[in-house]
Design a protein around this ligand. Structure first.
Ligand SMILES: Cc1ncc(COP(=O)(O)O)c(C=O)c1O
Length: 490
């Protein structure tokens, strides 16, 4: 049969629309004898019976293995060039006390970028010395909190922050280690990178201001300069952008060494993952080796010692370990006019099946926000029906409320089916909202056949809790009733 002309060119019609593409699903995900999707040894319908939908599911063993694997791959790649490696888990991808504990137990540090993320990492019991603090506009209160708890490093992002951090360190009687975030002019995405002399963005300081600002940092008795920091983008599938950025930073790093210590270089995060069967991320060990080779060559050329290297991956660690389960509510075949290519273009029609689920842009805004591609599979059964091109839509009042833009599912997908969307561990819950007053779904960790709530799903009570006009509040504006702690919110 000819492929559906509405399908994007990268999406091939699958021989089996139940198959779980390798590398796309949390490690160990499978279908049981009755066709159900299982994750971490738990069947999708068991999870849904206990916790309802939508539901975020995270495979703890996979997160731990990926965290430990990143650390090992980077250390193995840099050991031959004599560089120590630190890995910070970028908490912005997904942060809860459970996840903070898992990655810390696997030997990672944690990177936070707000007072709230700092509070979560501290609540998890992670030692403050293992935290780094980012952000282009940290408040004085956030800086004070970080300095007062003994945070390992603050990444200074502007000239004004030098004085603010120095002042906080003086008031708390400490010497605060700091990095300086640099805008290297390299911006990378997937396999390509763009290198300019100046990049038009809000983060970091331009390369040509670095020496002046580091001199200002070094003039403050209450600050200790660790080195430069750079983050060149996200969902990067190749090493070239990292290597180019490291080369640019090392040239400045070498000049800074002439007037003082520069023990570290932090190359940020951004390692890409597979969101669809068409994505092929390079093996991390290979990317790491390419970066290490570039760093070694540049240090040799500049005749400087190889610094300690730090990285800050988020998505790579948690993204593939998570999925979201939805319930299908409605299906709607929509006939679309397709203009054939060619001069004597004839118009034909093709059908796209809209499959609407009980969540949407409030639990995964990435598709609407930047056209992210996702995949999906029916989770409660396997089906022998021929594949149909579907678009998975949410339930919000926006036509751009799409979860999966294009996917082939068995054509008999129907209301009541469970739909699982893989690779939603990163930047879905952390970017979630209450748009249309939808309660945020729970996050459940699965491991060895059991499931535990790690972030409680919101209830209607939570949704009304901040509205002071709701009768349920006492005179101070606090909700009068206890929060519901029940597992099932549907
Ligand atoms: C400074 C910094 N470090 C690390 C990350 C993590 O990126 P990723 O999750 O793509 O690895 C980000 C993401 O925006 C970032 O801004």
């Amino acid at each position: 049969m000819a492929p559906n002309p509405l399908a994007p060119t990268w999406l091939a019609e699958p021989g089996d629309a139940n198959a779980l593409a390798p590398g796309l699903w949390p490690a160990g995900s499978d279908r049981s004898a009755d066709g159900q999707l299982t994750v971490g040894g738990v069947a999708a319908s068991d999870l849904v019976n206990r916790f309802g939908t939508p539901l975020y599911v995270i495979n703890e063993a996979d997160v731990r293995a990926r965290a430990a694997g990143v650390l090992a791959a980077l250390r193995d790649a840099f050991a031959p060039i004599g560089a120590a490696v630190k890995v910070y888990y970028a908490g912005k991808a997904f942060l809860s006390t459970a996840v903070a504990s898992w990655v810390a137990e696997e030997g990672l540090n944690i990177d936070v970028c707000s007072g709230g993320e700092l509070a979560v990492a501290l609540a998890a019991g992670v030692d403050a010395s293992r935290l780094g603090f980012h952000g282009n506009n940290k408040s004085q209160a956030e800086i004070d909190r970080g300095v007062s708890v003994g945070i390992g490093a603050i990444v200074i992002d502007s000239e004004q922050e030098i004085g603010r951090v120095a002042d906080a360190a003086r008031r708390f009687g400490v010497i605060q280690p700091v990095r300086l975030r640099v805008n290297s002019g390299v911006h990378a995405h997937t396999h390509e990178f763009l290198a300019t002399s100046h990049e038009d963005q809000k983060f970091g300081v331009p390369l040509d201001q670095v020496e002046t600002l580091v001199a200002a940092i070094r003039s403050e008795d209450s600050l200790r300069f660790l080195g430069l920091h750079c983050h060149i983008g996200s969902q990067i599938l190749a090493a070239d952008g990292f290597a180019e950025s490291a080369t640019r930073l090392l040239a400045v790093h070498a000049r800074l060494l002439q007037s003082g210590d520069v023990p570290e270089l932090n190359l940020g995060g951004g390692f890409g993952i597979a969101y669809t069967s068409a994505d092929e991320p390079a093996v991390l060990a290979e990317i790491a080796e390419r970066i290490a080779t570039a760093v070694a060559a540049e240090c040799e050329r500049l005749a400087i010692p190889v610094p300690s290297i730090a990285f800050e991956p988020g998505r790579y660690i948690i993204g593939p370990a998570g999925l979201t389960i939805y319930t299908v509510g409605t299906t709607k075949p929509v006939a679309v006019t397709v203009q054939d290519a060619g001069d004597d273009a004839d118009a034909t029609t093709a059908t796209r099946l809209y499959v609407s689920v009980d969540g949407g842009m409030s639990d995964n805004v990435r598709t609407a926000l930047y056209g992210a591609e996702y995949s999906a599979r029916i989770a409660n059964r396997a089906s022998a029906a021929s594949p149909a091109l579907v678009r998975v839509a949410g339930k919000h009042c926006e036509s751009g409320d799409i979860v999966v833009d294009a996917e082939y599912l068995p054509g008999d997908v129907a209301p009541g089916d469970l739909l699982a969307v893989p690779a939603t561990g990163a930047y879905c819950w952390s970017l979630s909202s209450n748009y249309n007053y939808l309660p945020r779904p729970a996050v459940v960790a699965v491991r060895d056949g059991s499931a535990t709530v790690i972030v409680r799903g919101e209830s209607e009570h939570d949704l009304l809790a901040h509205d002071v006009g709701v009768a349920d509040h006492d005179s101070t504006g606090q909700p009068a009733g206890p929060h519901e702690a029940g597992e099932h919110r549907a």
